[in-house]
Design a protein around this ligand. Structure first.
Ligand code: SAM
Ligand code: SF4
Length: 329
């Protein structure tokens, strides 16, 4: 699939639920109203739509949410999608998770063909972790991370950089990830959805983070890519990779190879734009995939050139009204 700007679309991110067992302050408000379960695509429908994308050339699937591992029976989706790895039609099946359920699922994920996992962990301090997630247990996530390691999964830690919240821990995170052999990726907060707090005070440009890290670490830019938006460096002292996802300060749209499917079957061609395509209707119109494939191809043709997220005092409102947990981070 090639879009109208010549970009090849080979990566689909799929949110399998908008629900979550945590309430990270930058992502959700405390009293979230979740979608009625009947609006969600069934696991069979999710498999069908993912498989349609694979047949059109998608080589990488990321299962996300909300928290993907709180969706009931989610392992069966991984097991079924794993067949595309076996045929060679898919290069990678992976997920982004908060880690709370990994103790239960790590081995099953590996058996389904998952090799790498992104785990979000914004703090190494238990009290602070609880404040950021509103009620999360740091120990539970650490147990999940250990289970992922023990199962042989390659771990990448995602950290949302927040001014005055976790910025004093970045050196420790670099050291810890280096020691554990984890990749580390810093993410800028994006203005998505109404949250309870003020985003302007949380926002921390990663250019500043990188400059501050450079006082203690030697971070050499490397050309590595994992098929996503992160730009990587190699930390000379730890040997580990440290990446930066900078949707706010560096426009990363030119090389965008991704589209996102929500758990209700809406396809978003850009994280930061409202244009969408309903794939649930063609999916439910019949057992034949003809209408679905045509709807996907039409949508790819509408993929916009880029987003224009802005966070400043005058624009203290979300750029898009849906939260990351709806679109899938
Ligand atoms: N629940 C899983 C998790 O936390 O990893 C998967 C979904 S979560 C929406 C995916 C990623 O998006 C997480 O790393 C999270 O920290 C990040 N995220 C959520 N809201 C964000 C926002 N407004 N700006 C930047 N990153 C955000
Ligand atoms: Fe849940 Fe992930 Fe959003 Fe945190 S970032 S509230 S874990 S979906």
């Amino acid at each position: 699939m090639i879009d109208s700007f010549g970009r090849s679309i080979s990566y689909l991110r799929v949110s399998v639920t908008d629900r979550c067992d945590l309430r990270c302050v930058y992502c959700m408000s405390e009293d979230m109203t979740f979608l009625p379960k009947k609006d969600l695509l069934s696991l069979e429908e999710l498999d069908r739509v993912c498989s349609a994308f694979v047949s059109l050339g998608v080589r990488k699937l990321r299962i996300t949410g909300g928290e993907p591992l709180v969706r009931r029976d989610v392992l069966s989706l991984f097991q079924n999608l794993g067949r595309h790895l076996k045929t060679g039609d898919l290069d990678e099946l992976t997920l982004t998770t908060n880690g709370t359920q990994l103790e239960k699922y790590a081995q099953g994920l590996v058996a389904a063909g998952v090799k790498r996992v992104n785990i979000s962990l914004d703090s190494l301090d238990a009290d602070r972790f609880r404040t950021i997630t509103r009620w999360g247990s740091h120990a539970q996530v650490m147990t999940g991370i250990r289970a992922a390691q023990a199962a042989g999964l390659k771990v990448k830690i995602n950290v949302v950089a927040m001014r005055g919240v976790n910025e004093d821990e970045f050196d420790d995170l670099v050291a810890w990830c280096g020691q554990e052999g984890f990749d580390l990726v810093f993410i800028e907060t994006m203005p998505m959805g109404d949250i309870d707090g003020d985003r302007t005070s949380q926002y921390l440009p990663l250019s500043l983070v990188r400059a501050k890290l450079a006082r203690r670490w030697t971070l050499d830019a490397i050309p590595d890519t994992t098929g996503g938006p992160a730009r990587y460096t190699r930390c000379a002292e730890t040997g580990g990779r440290v990446g930066f996802i900078t949707p706010m300060t560096h426009n990363f749209c030119e090389s965008c190879n991704r589209v996102r499917l929500t758990c209700t079957g809406m396809l978003y061609m850009c994280l930061g734009q409202d244009d969408d395509a309903d794939l649930r209707a063609p999916l439910r119109a019949g057992a034949d995939d003809g209408l679905l494939l045509a709807a996907i191809e039409e949508a790819i043709g509408r993929k916009p050139k880029g987003h224009d997220f802005v966070i400043d005092r005058r624009h203290n409102r979300p750029a898009v009204s849906r939260t990351m947990s709806v679109t899938g981070g």
